[in-house]
Design a protein around this ligand. Structure first.
Ligand SMILES: N[C@@H](Cc1ccc(O)cc1)C(=O)O
Length: 328
């Protein structure tokens, strides 16, 4: 896979596509980042963007993971001390998941977001941006409680992070799109460059294939889940035999293979007893999806394999989490 393919596989869009292409031509020394509000336990939502970071790392980008402690604080996620502690756990789980320690820079937001220059730039952005625009930027990030002033400061700080972390490519789920657009529109008013953004899709809920999968809404798989819990969730997952069911529904089992399993494994083996035709082997997602659609691969066998591969992916992070919890 060439650099541009690695960069764009499984991505929903790059804004703009032309800027993305230019970047892919020479990724050496270029910096890509994702920011995460610290959360104690990683779930598949975090891992989807982490997979993209691993792709970008392989393509030659330098990776920055922002542990967005101040943002979590602004978003009402606890006391500052709690958030800092959680951020440490999160970092350990990301490393265990497969981000290369020597090529990944972890930065705490609070290490630079409280400095004079940053805060003054923030105030300038506050003057430049309408309340309405800042609120719209937050619509898909902030949970449904009553918005507070902190919720409109939040996206402006996220925009500034791109400049202060010296980022060449901002990465995030599609829910970050409006913040990235705000950054593209407003950074030049401070004399800073416009940077491209890459967005990953938001996957459907495991049990229904509808809406969005996250820890707060619906069923997801997290690093807290043991093999049994993963099997249970995957077994209960919606898995229609046809590939593209009508409307907004997706096949979550296929999505998990596409976005989580195939990017991280060269080959997927589905165990099947000899009397049912023996093992099946896949080197790419399309072949597996075709077999599921044609009936060659039974949904129950696909689910058994999916649970096994997800378990393998999550295992190292789960162990780190257990070590953390036992106080080591
Ligand atoms: N907005 C991101 C967190 C984030 C914060 C600051 C950033 O610079 C980037 C990302 C989220 O929803 O989790």
């Amino acid at each position: 896979m060439n650099t541009h393919e690695l960069m764009t596989r499984n991505a929903e869009e790059v804004v703009t596509a032309a800027e993305g292409e230019a970047l892919a031509e020479d990724p050496d020394g270029k910096r890509a980042y994702v920011g995460y509000e610290p959360s104690g336990v990683l779930h598949l939502g975090h891992l989807l963007t982490a997979n993209k970071l691993i792709d970008l790392q392989e393509a030659g980008f330098d990776i920055v993971v922002l542990l967005a402690d101040v943002h979590a604080y602004l978003n009402g996620k606890g006391t500052f001390e709690e958030i800092r502690e959680t951020a440490k756990q999160m970092r350990a789980q990301f490393l265990a998941y497969g981000l290369d320690e020597t090529d990944t820079e972890f930065v705490y937001g609070s290490s630079y977001q409280l400095e004079d220059d940053y805060v003054l730039d923030l105030h300038t952005l506050e003057v430049e941006t309408t309340l309405n625009r800042a609120q719209r930027a937050m619509a898909e990030i902030q949970s449904d409680e009553t918005p507070t002033v902190s919720h409109v400061v939040y996206p402006l700080m996220q925009a500034l992070d791109i400049e202060y972390l010296d980022i060449d490519l901002a990465v995030g789920g599609l829910d970050q799109r409006k913040v990235h657009m705000l950054a593209r529109d407003e950074l030049p008013s401070l004399g800073y460059d416009v940077r491209p953004a890459l967005h990953t899709p938001i996957l459907g809920d495991l049990s229904t294939g509808e809406g969005k999968m996250s820890s707060s809404e619906g069923v997801t798989i997290s690093m807290e889940d043991d093999r049994e819990a993963i099997e249970e969730k995957v077994n209960d997952a919606y898995c229609p035999p046809e590939r593209d069911p009508e409307g907004d529904t997706v096949n979550p089992v296929l999505e998990l293979f596409q976005y989580h399993v195939f990017p991280r494994f060269d080959r997927v083996v589905v165990d099947r007893p000899a009397e049912y035709g023996g093992d099946l082997e896949y080197e790419d997602f399309e072949a597996l999806a075709d077999d599921l659609e044609s009936g060659e691969l039974h949904p129950a066998d696909a689910k058994t394999a999916l649970a096994e591969y997800l378990d393998r992916l999550i295992e190292p992070g789960r162990e780190r989490l257990a070590t953390f919890r036992s106080g080591e």
